[in-house]
Design a protein around this ligand. Structure first.
Ligand SMILES: [Zn+2]
Length: 166
């Protein structure tokens, strides 16, 4: 969740906004802790079936509840992004996939989470039977012509590249 610090999380002293490395950042007046703001990494999967269709899921939670998007989620601390991607896919849809390639990495703003770094992989599968968990309301494979609107620009860019095989 996006939040701002009122006090130093290390020593509880007051913070002051000063320029550090060319950016205004909150700095602790006592211990020197700096509130660096870094993006949160997210992995998303573009799963392509044998007919060349891509799996799109309808989200059951905010942000983007009831919106269609690529399946995915946050990387756990210390987790390899490729492992995280396959783990999220299996958790949400029951699908066991294989990484085909890294499609791209995109910066995205989220009202809910702040700055995100979206890492998109193309995934191949041998079986396309889906069993949804509670994070998703629906998930289907779509051809390029029948694709529904996806509100996340980074997902649209990843899907376009995977459809076009670039
Ligand atoms: Zn401090």
């Amino acid at each position: 969740m996006k939040h701002t610090f009122k006090f130093c999380p290390l020593c509880k002293c007051s913070l002051r906004e000063i320029l550090v490395d060319g950016c205004k950042r909150l700095v602790c007046q006592k211990c020197g802790w700096v509130n660096y703001k870094n993006p949160l990494p997210v992995v998303v999967c573009a799963v392509k079936d044998k007919e060349g269709k891509i799996l799109i899921a309808k989200r059951n939670f905010a942000p983007g509840i009831n919106k269609w998007a690529l399946p995915g989620g946050f990387i756990e601390s210390g987790e390899n992004p490729e492992i995280a991607c396959l783990r999220e896919l299996e958790e949400e849809t029951g699908i066991k996939g294989k990484i085909k390639k890294l499609v791209g990495i995109y910066a995205q703003r989220s009202r809910h989470y702040g700055s995100l770094l979206v890492i998109g992989y193309e995934i191949t599968i041998s079986k396309s039977s889906i069993s949804l968990n509670n994070e998703l309301k629906d998930a289907k494979f779509f051809a390029k012509e029948t694709l529904l609107y996806i509100p996340f620009l980074s997902h649209r860019k990843i899907i376009k590249k995977v459809f076009e095989n670039v």
